[in-house]
Design a protein around this ligand. Structure first.
Ligand SMILES: Cc1noc(C)c1CN(C)Cc1cc2n(n1)CCN(c1cc(N)ncn1)C2
Length: 396
């Protein structure tokens, strides 16, 4: 629908009567009343409902959030799963059911809670009702994540729609079992893997990710990630939205050998300090909540945070919640990408504690650095899968 903008320009004289003596109010030169597209009002209807729910502290149904933040074709919302952005959820329609999946650039399996699980595991979840006629015979999958959580099951080829983009026959990995972490997390109905298909866990034949399935049909072979701090962002498939970033996009080549969106960081700076040159191997990973960086960098960073300590009891670097830590910049493609200090004050270590867990932690034991949501939520990140895959970063 073309937007209907009527501009009414009127010169209106107001004569007000105050007491007995008429008072002439200076004549305004002109004013404009803009009319906007009806659909924007409709979307704003959902948004005004979200505001009312928030005002009265009511839990907002994800379906309402999805309606409020529905984007143009190709764009899907990424809604924080809780108050601390521990994960972001995106509505995905599989066959005729819409589920809330954690879109994850650090893994390559599209898996979902399903009717194959014990019904006790399905309470509070939307789930995929498997269609036996669509089963991929002989195929199975099993995935384990860095935090020890995981799931396993069998495979179906079914219709999947994300942000209006349709994969007519996408490998849908139906869970037969999920780990305790997923059983306890009633918001996450599964994952939408967006890493490279080379690390898909389906046996005997690895399956394509949703992005790989639809890539050739998109305007451009890319997807853009726009996670936000304590707010709904988006995943844009096939296009770059200039309204979602400022300045330039800095691209670097992706190292594809491990199946991640992996690249080299050139250095870092703490607060307004000098830049330290350092070659750091890192992956961009929307499925990881925090940022995990080399111990030398992390130790130098927390030396500048009043009251910070590396607490074995709390499982990492913590500091008083009243602290606003310094910004942390990392240099990618010669350009500083800054994490606001506010984002690094992640969350109380336990509910009500005045000790807060740092959003930047040590990568010891992981083998590489992970730029998770703490880094990503202030950036607009382009994942381009041409012959030489590239990743691009811009400031939101
Ligand atoms: C609640 C809640 N709080 O924080 C999380 C996470 C949850 C969700 N919940 C506990 C279940 C869960 C566990 C994981 N996820 N979701 C997402 C995939 N995981 C990854 C992905 C990846 N790329 N790298 C490492 N792990 C681990």
């Amino acid at each position: 629908m073309p937007s209907i903008i009527n501009t009414l320009t009127a010169a209106v004289a107001f004569v007000g009567v105050v007491g007995a003596t008429p008072v002439e109010i200076p004549k305004p030169k002109h004013f404009t009343i803009k009319q906007v597209e009806r659909s924007q009002f409709l979307r704003n209807g959902a948004q005004s409902k979200v505001k009312t729910f928030r005002k009265y502290g009511a839990k907002i149904p994800l379906s309402l959030l999805n309606a409020a933040y529905a984007g143009p074709n190709g764009s899907a919302p990424a809604v924080p799963g809780d108050a601390y952005d521990s994960l972001y959820l995106t509505p995905v329609t599989i066959a005729n059911t819409t589920v809330q999946l954690d879109a994850d650039t650090g893994s390559a399996d599209l898996w979902v809670f399903s009717s194959l699980q014990a019904s006790s595991q399905l309470t509070g979840h939307d789930y995929y009702k498997v269609d036996a006629s669509k089963k991929v015979q002989g195929a199975s999958w099993r995935i384990t994540y860095g935090d020890g959580s995981g799931a396993a099951g069998t495979v179906y080829a079914d219709k999947v729609v994300v942000g209006g983009v349709t994969a007519t026959s996408q490998a849908v990995e139906a869970a037969t079992s999920v780990s305790a972490q997923f059983q306890q997390d009633r918001d996450t109905d599964g994952l939408l893997g967006l890493a490279f298909s080379s690390i898909n866990t389906v046996k005997p034949t690895p399956q394509k990710t949703f992005f790989d399935t639809v890539k050739a049909s998109l305007p451009e072979p890319l997807f853009s990630v726009n996670l936000k701090y304590h707010a709904a962002g988006s995943y844009d498939f096939g296009f770059i939205d200039k309204a979602k970033y400022t300045g330039d996009i800095t691209y670097v080549d992706v190292i594809t050998k491990n199946g991640f969106w992996e690249f080299t960081v050139d250095g870092y700076a703490i607060g307004s300090g000098a830049t330290t040159k350092s070659s750091i191997d890192a992956i961009a990973d929307t499925g990881t909540t925090l940022a995990y960086l080399p111990s030398t960098l992390v130790s130098a960073y927390y030396k500048q945070v009043t009251g910070a300590k590396n607490s074995a009891q709390d499982g990492g670097y913590v500091f008083p919640c009243s602290t606003t830590p310094p910004d942390l910049s990392i240099v990618i493609g010669g350009v500083k990408q800054t994490i606001p200090g506010k984002h690094i004050n992640y969350a109380p270590v336990t509910t009500g504690s005045t000790t807060c867990f740092g959003g930047v932690q040590d990568n010891t034991g992981i083998g590489f650095s992970i730029l998770g949501d703490i880094f990503l939520k202030s950036k607009y990140v382009i994942h381009e899968a041409k012959d030489t895959p590239r990743i691009g970063f811009a400031q939101q």
